[in-house]
Design a protein around this ligand. Structure first.
Ligand code: F6R
Length: 244
């Protein structure tokens, strides 16, 4: 089935449309499993979830969350870690229970065991929806070009481009970790529904390759064409290289 594409005028509208999808899932099933992402793209969605929780009491008390990825070597105390980001931007402001929040552990001593643990956990916790951003090179999670579509949770060496893109969150490029642990592409594809948000012109090539390009590991997001239920919500700049 084709990817459902929604083009909005600006970031607020993207965030509102994404929130409508998530809210529907949580109100239909208060025990939903939400697959979440970090990065700048979903921040507006999370702000909408927080505002709605405060205003309307939408509850996440029975929701479980599973995050896409984490930097190797960063832990909960580190303000650049994804576990920190998720608490700061969402979990601390809604009523999700800490024991129901899951991320890969970037501080695990035995990274192979941590990958196996997280993949086993995902088998138990199939995402009702997986929220995604997209990298300028088409990555999803930290699955960089060349990653097998069959991959499960794995350790990746970050490409220079991804480290550069993410350097804006750090004091200097040197501080950007070199490795990350990420859900694999097969783990992402196992979600019942996928919700990808992207904004800005620097995502336009990746959005075109994802939606109109051939399905190739050179653009990891292109595999989403094979998923039965994908909603892609973008602004006009991110949609600007689509043929129609
Ligand atoms: C985040 C993640 C990444 C980002 C992507 C886009 O958990 O896995 O794939 O979604 O790098 O990042 P932003 O949204 O910052 O442009």
């Amino acid at each position: 089935m084709a990817i459902q594409l929604i083009v909005k005028q600006n970031y607020q509208e993207i965030s509102d449309a994404a929130f409508a999808v998530v809210r529907r899932i949580v109100t239909d099933n208060p025990r939903a499993v939400l697959g979440l992402a970090t990065g700048s793209s979903p921040i507006g969605l999370y702000q909408n979830m927080i505002a709605d929780h405060r205003r309307n009491g939408t509850s996440y008390a029975q929701v479980t969350t599973v995050n896409l990825d984490e930097y190797i070597g960063l832990g909960a105390q580190d303000d650049q870690s994804y576990v920190y980001f998720m608490h700061d931007n969402l979990f601390n402001h809604i009523d999700v229970k800490e024991e129901n929040v899951h991320l890969p552990n970037g501080m695990a001593q035995d990274t192979a065991a941590e990958c196996a643990r997280y993949t086993a956990l995902l088998a138990q916790l199939r995402q009702d929806v997986q929220v995604l951003g997209i990298g300028a090179n088409g990555h999803i999670g930290f699955n960089e070009p060349g990653t097998s579509f069959d991959s499960t949770t794995n350790i990746v060496k970050l490409k220079d481009k991804t480290r550069l893109d993410n350097a804006r969150f750090f004091q200097s490029l040197d501080e950007v970790p070199t490795h990350a642990i990420t859900m694999g592409i097969a783990n992402v594809m196992n979600a019942k529904k996928i919700l990808l948000v992207a904004n800005g012109e620097n995502k336009a090539d990746a959005v075109r390759a994802m939606i109109e390009g051939e399905i190739t590991t050179e653009c990891p997001a292109s595999i989403l064409q094979k998923h039965p239920d994908v909603v892609v919500i973008v602004d006009e700049a991110a949609a600007s290289k689509l043929s129609k």
